[in-house]
Design a protein around this ligand. Structure first.
Ligand code: PEP
Ligand code: MN
Length: 339
């Protein structure tokens, strides 16, 4: 439920309304707009008498939110959520670029890639330490050691780091990680999402292989309901009958999610296609359709990569991709949802 307040509400009446809501076990999320402030109510609102609220002189309107996702809902928070991490910003019309190898392989590799992507305009450094692999016989990531190497490369370049967590038991290693990634395979690991909801740091939530957008937002809701509102959504392709690409990159998810939620939305064209030559066109398309950023796999020697070499681009190719995206930003088609 959302209460739209009249402009400049009387402070005493507002305080009375807040204590009434608190007494009904409702949590209030304020969304301060240019003219109106919205009070988003989370909790069991079935017993709330809408007409009684509407009759209050400081209240302009009261609306029920039908969708099952409440905190993530655009109706609850009209303005885009903007997430600041280090010197990077994700959401609100900018274009964040997370780049780095699929997996961290050595100090030399992560340091070389970090410096190269930074020079090319990346705003965050990605790298997998705990790797979700289809085969238990495949390289599982350097784990704690990989995290240390990633954090060192992040410090050296000044880039905030983003890396994947696979299980609650790994959380103690993530203290210094700037953005915690939840991968496609864990999008509905609800216990993990609840735990991440207790943190005060940004979470990058990737869409599951077969998840609808509503399911993606319900997973974001698990994190937000716990008090952590810093969620970045990532479209990374879904499973369809089309097997010529690794996944089917659902770019329509970007403008559609934009209407559904205030959270930032980025695109991963690397996992979304699985084919190196498709990364640039899909990255540029993402920029054009108004995505808030990208996640791109970059490797200094893709042919020797321990994981996902076929979709990794060289630092030179990444520089070209980042420049091509920047070139189209002034022409992007990004619906202004804040009005
Ligand atoms: C990744 O980003 O390294 C990854 C494993 O992605 P996804 O969860 O989208 O497969
Ligand atoms: Mn990968």
């Amino acid at each position: 439920m959302v209460i739209v307040l009249k402009p400049n509400p009387d402070p005493q009446q507002l305080a009375a309304l807040r204590s009434w809501l608190a007494a009904h076990d409702l949590t209030v999320h304020d969304s301060v707009g240019v003219t109106n402030t919205l009070l988003g109510l989370v909790g069991d609102t079935t017993a709330v008498d809408i007409e009684m609220l509407r009759a209050m002189s400081i209240v302009q309107d009261v609306r029920r939110i039908q969708e099952p996702y409440k905190c993530a809902n655009r109706k609850m928070h009209r303005e885009d959520t903007v997430i600041r991490v280090g010197n990077a910003t994700v959401g609100g019309g900018g274009f964040a670029i997370m780049a780095g190898p699929c997996s961290i392989e050595s100090e030399e590799q992560i340091t070389a890639v970090a410096k190269a992507v930074k020079a090319a305009g990346a705003t965050l450094l990605r790298g997998g330490a705990f790797k979700p692999r289809t085969s238990p016989y495949a390289f599982q990531g350097l784990r704690e050691e990989g995290l240390k190497l990633l954090l060192a490369a992040g410090k050296e370049t000044g880039l905030p780091v983003v890396t994947e967590i696979m299980d609650i038991s790994q959380l103690p290693y993530f203290d210094e990680v700037d953005v915690i990634q939840v991968g496609a395979r864990n999008m509905q690991n609800f216990e993990l999402l609840k735990e991440l909801g207790r943190l005060k740091k940004p979470i990058l939530l990737k869409r599951g292989f077969s998840a609808t957008l509503t399911e993606l937002l319900m997973s974001a809701e698990y994190i937000m309901a716990g008090g952590n509102e810093q969620v970045i959504l990532c479209e990374r392709g879904i499973r369809t009958f089309a097997t010529d690409t690794r996944n089917t990159l659902d770019l329509s998810a970007v403008p559609l999610l934009r209407t559904m939620t205030h959270l930032p939305i980025i695109v991963d064209p690397s996992h979304g296609t699985g084919i190196r030559s498709l990364v640039k066109p899909m990255a540029v398309a993402s920029a054009i359709i108004g995505a808030d950023g990208l996640m791109v796999e970059v490797h200094d020697h893709p042919e020797k990569a321990w994981c996902d070499g076929q979709q990794s681009v060289t630092p030179e190719a990444f520089a070209d991709i980042a420049a091509a995206c920047r070139a189209v930003l002034p022409h992007r088609c990004r619906e202004e949802m804040n009005a």
